[in-house]
Design a protein around this ligand. Sequence first.
Ligand code: ATP
Length: 365
Amino acid sequence: MAELTLRTVEKRFGNVQAVKAVDLDVEHGEFIVLVGPSGCGKSTLLRMIAGLEEISSGEIMLDGRSLNAVAPRDRDMAMVFQDYALYPHMTVAENLGFALKMRDMAAAAIEEKVHAVARMLELDALLERKPKALSGGQRQRVALGRALIRDPKVFLFDEPLSNLDAKLRVGMRMEIRKLQVALGTTSIYVTHDQIEAMTMADRIVVLKLGEVQQIGTPIDIYQRPVNSFVGTFIGSPPMSLVPARRRGENGEAVLAFGRGHDIRLPPERVEALTRAGVDQVEVGLRAEHISLAEPGDADGAAFTSDVILVEEHGADSIAVVTLGEREVMARVKPGAAHVGDKARRFRLDVDALHLFHPETGRRLV
Ligand code: ATP
């Protein structure tokens, strides 16, 4: 049985439906990331799991027991907040031990646990400092330590890395994940940063306007987004969407992007379009689906464009080029394309590109 279960959980604030009928089964030890743009309801969902926000309808269960009527402090969950929520007048050691003191644990036992957690998070040398004498990264470690020390059944993270600079964020996300793997504690992590979602999650829950769009492993979601919203939200650089019209019959099909950019589709993709009964599609292209063409590449998969811009990433370069009326990104070898290059030939990976319904955005194939 799943450890944490959400059954048609909803939240209404007056007329605003912040969370709509969310179903989720979280397995023991799983690291789940709730991700979506601002206002999609991810914090509200997390706060309902924590018990900090009442649910409007539905049920939340932990190990088969309903939590609906259980107070936050009795849920056996520990939350790590974006703003750290440390007590400014207490030392690091006091901050770490506070929850245990509230539970009437003996002073010697608290000290032992504080030292164990401080060792784990490399806070040993800072135990007598107050929060204001710590860096942002150190404060975040203390906040993490306060959750770890309680040894809860579930960790809840609310955008814990948002206040850190980019480099520290990368380091901390690995540290959090390593600790979580070592402890095996079930975790729900909220972020608006799709890179955190991709790199940290066992499974990602993508939300939009209070509704779950897709639940899956990072690779599932990256490779088979259910709609163009998920496709463009997840992935870096972002997926480009280009409208195209289907031409041709008898199992043959060409995607006409405009400006003479015609691409021949493989038969199984043609069938999917026929089944869906659409002639106009939205084509989703990731940078790795477009590369510089080699001399032997078939014309049916190639198009010609000037190079508008090149971003060097070290291991590869991203070239911005034109397909039909839109700009798309191509992944090329470092130094292989330059700003202002004229009429370069690019190749589309026709087996990998995504086809979405032009109105609903639903995945066709
Ligand atoms: P962000 O990334 O900006 O924090 P979020 O995805 O976490 O956004 P929530 O904070 O969960 O989104 O908010 C979801 C929706 O519910 C928003 O439309 C928000 O305005 C609304 N909302 C949240 N809290 C309240 C409240 N107390 N009263 C009324 N509306 C609220």
